[in-house]
Design a protein around this ligand. Structure first.
Ligand code: PMP
Length: 290
């Protein structure tokens, strides 16, 4: 495996960063998780835009242009001969001293790792996930805004620990007002009376690339779709529920906090959207090999 690290392609064993990098010391940095299907990178421009936006928000100057980032990412896939892959793009604040001051970190590091994707077991897509609500709340947007995909993921990791402790793979997270926002690594949707509802971006979510794609696909398929604030009660009494994310794609949820959602099976609208998403993902994207 060859990893892109600050302008060079190095073997995995040599892909190392300093213990003084503020990415490690403080989670000071940003990242993206991106997928390729059939030799095409899915929504590459959207992911690149999001990482540059995240960096701008934390006043991190990415040392290469968006075009260079794109070319380096495609080259990483080529060097690893990957067609179906998962790409992790990371920009850290770089090496500084032991204080917090980012101005003491003159050179941010850019890392691109291209690997194979480990899917959730097929069984979850066929029968749906059973999830629980985490007691830990999603970050308040005026603290670290969830729209920033920062290396500081402890909030979500604490929720993930709660999920695992109750035998689930995902946990639902609420914001400080008790409204549903998202899961630890996925956005959430529910369906009631044939309308699709997902939380609006301003209440404290990561604006998922998969989320935005599914919203578009749902509109194209003629569904009514709304971005609206809602509570767990709405999910308990929903007809259907599903999650979206780069790694998970579109995955049904059939139980939340021991409440069966709908008839306890992946619903018809969810299945239609899964099919529409697969079709779209397999037939779009930026070609790795031109
Ligand atoms: N929310 C959070 C907190 C995430 O980490 C992710 C995964 N990056 C998502 C939602 C889904 O976003 P995307 O569809 O862009 O992968």
């Amino acid at each position: 495996m060859l990893i892109y690290l600050d302008g060079e392609f190095v073997p995995r064993s040599e892909a190392k960063i300093s213990v003084f990098d503020h990415g490690l010391l403080y989670g000071d940095g940003v990242f993206e998780g991106i997928r390729s299907y059939n030799g095409n990178v899915f929504k590459l421009d959207e992911h690149l835009e999001r990482i540059f936006d995240s960096a701008k928000s934390i006043m991190l100057q990415i040392p290469i242009t968006i075009e260079e980032m794109k070319e380096n990412l495609l080259e990483t896939l080529r060097r690893n001969n990957l067609h179906e892959g998962y790409i992790r793009l990371i920009v850290t604040r770089g090496i500084g001293d032991l204080g917090l001051d980012p101005e003491k970190c003159p050179t941010p590091s850019v890392i691109i790792i291209a690997d194979k994707i480990t899917l959730y077991p097929q069984n979850f897509y066929e029968h749906g996930l059973e999830i629980v609500t985490a007691s830990i709340r999603r970050n308040y947007p005026e603290a670290v805004n969830p729209r920033i995909k920062s290396l500081n993921y402890l909030n979500n990791i604490l929720a993930k620990i709660e999920a695992k402790q109750s035998g689930s793979v995902e946990a639902l997270m609420l914001n400080n007002d008790g409204y549903v926002v998202e899961c630890t690594g996925d956005n959430i949707f529910y369906i009631k009376n044939e309308e699709i509802i997902t939380p609006p971006q301003h209440i404290g979510i990561l604006e998922g690339v998969t989320r935005n794609c599914v919203i578009e696909l749902a509109k194209e398929a003629g569904f009514k779709i709304h971005e609206r604030v809602f509570t767990r009660h709405d999910l308990y009494i929903a007809d259907e529920c599903f999650l979206t994310g780069t790694a998970a794609e579109v995955i049904p949820v059939v139980k939340l906090d021991q409440r069966v959602i709908g008839n306890g099976k992946p619903g018809i609208v969810t299945q239609k959207l899964i099919a529409a998403f697969r079709q779209y993902a397999n037939n779009s994207g930026t070609p790795i090999y031109t």
